[in-house]
Design a protein around this ligand. Structure first.
Ligand code: EPU
Length: 355
C-alpha cells in the first residue's frame, strides 16, 4: 500500500495521508462476489480525505468510481476509473425534536447495523428496513425499501462532497428526487459527488407499518396484533432470512430487476391470460406487477446459465453459484428479460448498477 500525503511537509497523521492501494481484487468488496480488479483504490474515511484526492495532482484528474457496501453493483469488467471506497464512520443523535429523532450515520456504516443501533437506543422507525445489505451511503442512491417503508419516508438530509470543487453540500429530500428504487444519484448526480453522511428522521410518536401481507400473516400466526418495533424487526429479519439468500453465503445483489409499472389496460390484458399475476394498483391509476412472479411464471426459478443462477426461493434474485463472472450474470439477466418480454411484452429493468 502506498501512502500519498498531499503535502510532504505535513505530519503523517491519519488525517494527512491518503490510503492508496494498487491492483485491488474487488471480489470481496461486492456482495455478488464477482471478479474485478481496481487498478487504484482509495479508502475515503472523511470529507477531508476526499478533498485530498481531488487536490492530488494525478488522482484529482482521473475519472472516479464510487463504491459503498458493494451490494447493488454488478462488475462486468475491471473498472477503468479510480475506485473510491467510502468508509466514513460515525453514528449520533443530532437532535431530539418533539415530533422526531434526527439521527446521523456515516455513509460507510453498515445499513443493518445502523437499523439495529437506532432500535437499541430507543429510536424506532427503521425496523421494516432491517437486514437490507449494503452501506448507509447506498441507501438513498436506490431509495431502499421493504415491507411498506422506503428510505424517503425516514429521510431528513444528507451531505455530499462535490467531486470537482471538493465542497460539502447538504441536500434535503426534495433535492434528492426520490422515486421507486431511484434518486438523483442514479441520474443527474451520477459520479458527480460522494455521499458522506445521511441523516434520518424517525417520527415521534412511533407508528408501526404493518400493512404488508407477510407482516399481517405474522400478526395472525403469533396472535400479536400490536407488535413493538423490536418485534417487527425480528419478523422482518425472519421473513427475509426465509426467502432471500445471505450474501455472506451465496453471492447476490438482492432484487435483480425493478417491479415493472404498467397501465390498467396492459394489466387487464395480462390478467385475461394469467389470472394469477401478482399485481398492486398504485395511487396514480397505474399498476405495479411483481417481477418475481413474471420470472417465476417463465419457469426460471432454480435455473442457471453457467455459474449464474435464479434463486430457488425468490425468482427476482439472481445468485452466484460459485465463481460466476459478471458476463455470465449479464447473459442470464438478458435471457430472463427476453423470455419475460416474449411472454408478457414487458421489459424488465435491472435494479443494480451494471459497471
Ligand atoms: N413471487 C412469485 N414468485 C417468486 C417471487 C415472487 O410468485 O419467485 C410473488 C410473490 O408470491 C408475491 C409477489 O411476487 O405475491 C411479490 O414478491 P415479494 O413479496 O417477495 O416482493 P418483491 O416485489 O419480489 C420487493 C422488493 C424487495 C423487498 C420486498 C418486500 C423490489 C424490486 N423488490 O420484492 O426489495 O424486500 O418487496 O418489501 O421492489 C431489493 O430491492 O433488493 C429487495 C430485496
Amino acid at each position: 500500500m502506498a501512502l500519498i500525503g498531499q503535502n510532504s511537509a505535513m505530519p503523517t497523521a491519519s488525517t494527512s495521508v491518503l490510503h492508496v492501494e494498487q491492483g485491488v481484487n474487488l471480489r470481496t468488496l461486492n456482495s455478488f462476489g464477482l471478479p474485478a480488479t481496481a487498478h487504484t483504490l482509495v479508502r475515503i474515511d472523511s470529507d477531508a480525505a476526499l478533498r485530498r484526492v481531488i487536490d492530488h495532482p494525478a488522482l484529482g484528474r482521473a475519472p472516479k468510481f464510487i463504491l459503498g457496501g458493494g451490494s447493488n453493483i454488478i462488475f462486468t469488467r475491471d473498472p477503468e476509473a479510480v475506485v473510491l471506497k467510502v468508509e466514513v464512520r460515525g453514528l449520533r443523535l443530532v437532535q431530539a425534536q418533539p415530533d422526531a429523532w434526527i439521527v446521523e450515520a456515516g455513509a460507510g456504516e453498515n445499513w443493518h447495523d445502523t437499523v439495529a443501533w437506532t432500535l437499541a437506543q430507543g429510536w424506532p422507525g427503521l425496523e421494516n428496513l432491517a437486514l437490507i445489505p449494503g452501506s448507509v451511503g447506498a441507501a438513498p442512491v436506490q431509495n431502499i425499501g421493504a415491507y411498506g417503508v422506503e428510505l424517503k419516508d425516514r429521510f431528513h438530509s444528507l451531505d455530499i462532497v462535490d467531486l470537482v470543487t471538493g465542497r460539502s453540500v447538504t441536500l434535503d429530500a426534495s433535492m434528492c428526487h426520490f422515486g421507486y428504487r431511484d434518486s438523483v444519484f442514479k441520474r443527474e448526480l451520477t459520479g458527480k459527488g460522494v455521499i458522506s453522511r445521511v441523516r434520518l428522521r424517525l417520527p415521534r410518536p412511533w407508528q408501526p407499518v404493518l400493512g404488508y401481507l407477510e407482516l399481517e400473516r405474522k400478526m395472525h400466526e403469533t396472535g400479536n396484533a400490536a407488535p413493538d418495533a423490536q418485534t417487527i424487526f425480528g419478523w422482518v429479519c425472519a421473513i427475509r432470512r426465509g426467502k432471500l439468500p445471505d450474501p455472506a453465503l451465496v453471492g447476490n445483489a438482492g432484487s435483480f430487476f425493478k417491479n415493472p409499472v404498467v397501465s390498467v389496460e396492459q394489466c387487464r390484458d395480462i390478467i385475461g391470460r394469467d389470472p394469477e399475476v401478482a399485481h398492486y394498483p398504485l395511487p396514480d391509476g397505474s399498476v405495479k406487477l411483481a417481477a418475481g412472479w413474471l420470472i417465476d411464471a417463465c419457469g426460471w426459478k432454480g435455473k442457471s446459465i453457467g455459474r449464474a443462477g435464479v434463486y430457488e426461493k425468490q425468482a427476482l434474485v439472481l445468485v452466484n453459484r460459485g465463481g460466476a463472472s459478471g458476463a455470465e450474470v449479464l447473459t442470464l439477466a438478458r435471457a430472463i428479460q427476453e423470455s419475460v418480454y416474449g411472454r408478457f411484452g414487458i421489459r424488465l429493468e435491472p435494479e443494480p448498477v451494471l459497471a
